[in-house]
Design a protein around this ligand. Sequence first.
Ligand SMILES: Cc1cc2nc3c(=O)[nH]c(=O)nc-3n(C[C@H](O)[C@H](O)[C@H](O)COP(=O)(O)O)c2cc1C
Length: 194
Amino acid sequence: MLRDLVTANRSCRGFDRSRKIKREELLEMVDLARVTASAINKQPLKYFISNKDIITDKITDLVSFGGLLKDLNLPYKGEEPPAYIVICHDKSIVEEQPIFMYEAGISAQTIGLKATEMGLAICIMGGIDPKKVKEELFLPDEMEVKLIIAVGKSLEKAEIKEVESGEGVKYYRDNDGVQIVPKRKLEDIIINRE
Ligand SMILES: Cc1cc2nc3c(=O)[nH]c(=O)nc-3n(C[C@H](O)[C@H](O)[C@H](O)COP(=O)(O)O)c2cc1C
């Protein structure tokens, strides 16, 4: 069921490094993102994928996990993502415009759903310095980094908690280390009531 997949697709910040991610698995995820919606069907997104420790460890140093859980210094040592997908905008296809940013989001969610279906997990990383990532990964000039997706087998447990209107929505870890992810209720996100 799609609902189960979407619900299971929680952001992960601790990965089982012994479960290596094959390049083919990353390609399967990107191949699904490839066929999603695109403004004027321009399809400007291109992907840098890596499952090589020397590169993934470099990317781990360029991203910032769990801004609301700073004290935990996630990921814990030895639980770094074994793979990454870097979503880029290829300016040689079309100049960057805000409308194309939505595509990175659609792509990231699609990658997340595919990963979840494959028994894996992701974390979308937006807290990045795109220029620095581009430099460190020696990406071609025409590529602009939009989002980075960490991919791997999760070591974490995460649960959604529906919150009342007015309650806080900061995610946190409970006493058992379970990641609690508050989500607003359906009735609180519908603007027009009957
Ligand atoms: C555009 C975007 C950027 C994000 N950037 C980061 C990030 O830099 N670091 C991080 O740990 N999580 C990041 N996240 C994950 C969010 O923190 C996460 O989606 C949120 O806490 C809700 O948890 P959930 O994904 O399990 O529903 C990002 C999510 C989105 C959609």
